[in-house]
Ligand binder design. Sequence first.
Ligand SMILES: *[C@@H]1O[C@H](CO)[C@@H](O)[C@H](O)[C@H]1NC(C)=O
Ligand SMILES: *[C@@H]1O[C@H](CO)[C@@H](O)[C@H](O)[C@H]1NC(C)=O
Ligand SMILES: *[C@@H]1O[C@H](CO)[C@@H](O)[C@H](O)[C@H]1NC(C)=O
Ligand SMILES: *[C@@H]1O[C@H](CO)[C@@H](O)[C@H](O)[C@H]1NC(C)=O
Ligand SMILES: *[C@@H]1O[C@H](CO)[C@@H](O)[C@H](O)[C@H]1NC(C)=O
Ligand SMILES: *[C@@H]1O[C@H](CO)[C@@H](O)[C@H](O)[C@H]1NC(C)=O
Ligand SMILES: *[C@@H]1O[C@H](CO)[C@@H](O)[C@H](O)[C@H]1NC(C)=O
Ligand SMILES: CC(=O)N[C@H]1CO[C@H](CO)[C@@H](O)[C@@H]1O
Length: 470
Amino acid sequence: MGGGGRSHVVLFMVLATTIIGGESRESGYFLDAEEEEYMATSCRDYAVSVERFGAVGDGVTSNTKAFKDAIEHLRQVNSSGGVLLYVPAGRFVTGSFNVTSHFTLYLHRHAVLLGSQNMEEWPLIEPLPSYGRGRDAAGPRYSSLINGHNLTDVIITGNNGTIDGQGENWWKLFRSGKLDHTRGYLIEIQYTDQILISDITLVNSPAWNIHPVYSTNIVVSGVTITAPVDSPNTDGINPDSCSQVLIQDSYVVSGDDCIAIKSGWDEYGIAVGIPSKEIAIKRFTCITPDSAAIALGSEMSGGIKDVRAEDVTVVSCKSGIRIKTAVGRGNYVKDIFVRGMTLKKTMKWVFWMGGDYGDHPDDQYDPKAIPMVDNINYSDIVAENAVMAGKLDGIENAPFTGICISNATIDVVPSKLLIWNCTNVSGIASGVTPKPCPALSTVGEAPPCSFPENRLAIEDVQFRQCMIKL
Ligand SMILES: *[C@@H]1O[C@H](CO)[C@@H](O)[C@H](O)[C@H]1NC(C)=O
Ligand SMILES: *[C@@H]1O[C@H](CO)[C@@H](O)[C@H](O)[C@H]1NC(C)=O
Ligand SMILES: *[C@@H]1O[C@H](CO)[C@@H](O)[C@H](O)[C@H]1NC(C)=O
Ligand SMILES: *[C@@H]1O[C@H](CO)[C@@H](O)[C@H](O)[C@H]1NC(C)=O
Ligand SMILES: *[C@@H]1O[C@H](CO)[C@@H](O)[C@H](O)[C@H]1NC(C)=O
Ligand SMILES: *[C@@H]1O[C@H](CO)[C@@H](O)[C@H](O)[C@H]1NC(C)=O
Ligand SMILES: *[C@@H]1O[C@H](CO)[C@@H](O)[C@H](O)[C@H]1NC(C)=O
Ligand SMILES: CC(=O)N[C@H]1CO[C@H](CO)[C@@H](O)[C@@H]1O
């Protein structure tokens, strides 16, 4: 257990630095730090502040080296209970860095990590195998701000500290077509078991915010994500070829889908073949005027199945729940359950699904790779001020099947002649106002749509009370 003896030394050094440096900071932060308590899936028994590695929280100095040095140090510490990197109050500019296993990044409530404005501090990396290329541009892509590969037990948490991607410049370059490579994300963790991202705020990501990929046992809890509603591709939480995922008590305002469940793109996603499955979303709030609260796809070529969403609140969106796919994607979106969604203010379509998304990585996709959409169950939905209740378009000769909508009350803006537009879909509806399209009509009263009675293992994840021992 590495902590014990050393922790006093570290605390002494941090205090000494503060006093000698004569910084105008409330010394209370450090006393708080020593005593800081938090909840997480694993506690750590060795902790060190990034300031010990020369980090300066002045909002200007680049701290990329300090973060790398600190994590390299932590990688070598023999601590059976894992290690913690503490970010104290201050504004710490950094470029991309990699995290390690049995590791916690902890942000003090007044800590802000600021994404470096120097693009060279976001080194280029290979595209993901299930995408075959970068999402914005062919070829390699910029690293994310925080990256993980092939790890076990990674935690990013804090007392609601902030990670600010300072994405404005990336958005400008992207919009003006001046970016040669795909933008980085705020957090991308690949091939990892046990990820917790909790009690932090993420703002202004260059593109997607949280991107776990090829990973398992993932919890996102108590996270606030904000970006301007017109910022490009600032998706909130994108589980991608991941299983056993719990997203709860979180809030996203963004320029793209608040949650987008994905599993790779066309022939690349089919070849990798890792589905996204066993995903639970609970107590989630979303604002995204041009996108969906929960999207499935459009990259779904490894398959998406067993997604359960409950207690979702949406304040302005283009669509509450959207399934988007295309010929060439292959595989399936199936066993999708939503129970309890309230949509306020304005939306274009409460329910939206379509098989004509297009958007291919290249022209090598297989036109015979037709995605299957089946067993989609939505219940207990209340929406106000919708332009249309639903736009449901399957694929010709490959209709979307098993769609069930029950107990849905949708207030459609007056004077709309077309309230539902359903083509190449089939299913049932009960207790739905206004009267659904004929493709969902039933003879007599259909039973309510079902919701799984079992719980996913990840829903029973245990949080512990932890104490920072600096
Ligand atoms: C960690 O423990 C191993 C095995 O006990 C030992 O060989 C190694 O030197 C230790 N490393 C450090 C940095 O203490
Ligand atoms: C992170 O690790 C990967 C894989 O080892 C490496 O390619 C990449 O350069 C590292 N990124 C940074 C910012 O150090
Ligand atoms: C992670 O593991 C995969 C699969 O075992 C391997 O192909 C890849 O090189 C590893 N990546 C890193 C960065 O270690
Ligand atoms: C965290 O900070 C954000 C941004 O200031 C705020 O909106 C949110 O309510 C805070 N969350 C908690 C749990 O304090
Ligand atoms: C219908 O949905 C509303 C809103 O979610 C809910 O309050 C009500 O209990 C549901 N009714 C039934 C019969 O489940
Ligand atoms: C979901 O709804 C479909 C369409 O009504 C139905 O066939 C299916 O049995 C329901 N799913 C489950 C798991 O009950
Ligand atoms: C209904 O949807 C189909 C398929 O997307 C489209 O071709 C058609 O124009 C729509 N009908 C109306 C009246 O908008
Ligand atoms: C089989 C079937 O219903 N095909 C329909 C699919 O949707 C298009 C409109 O988008 C119709 O023209 C087809 O008749």
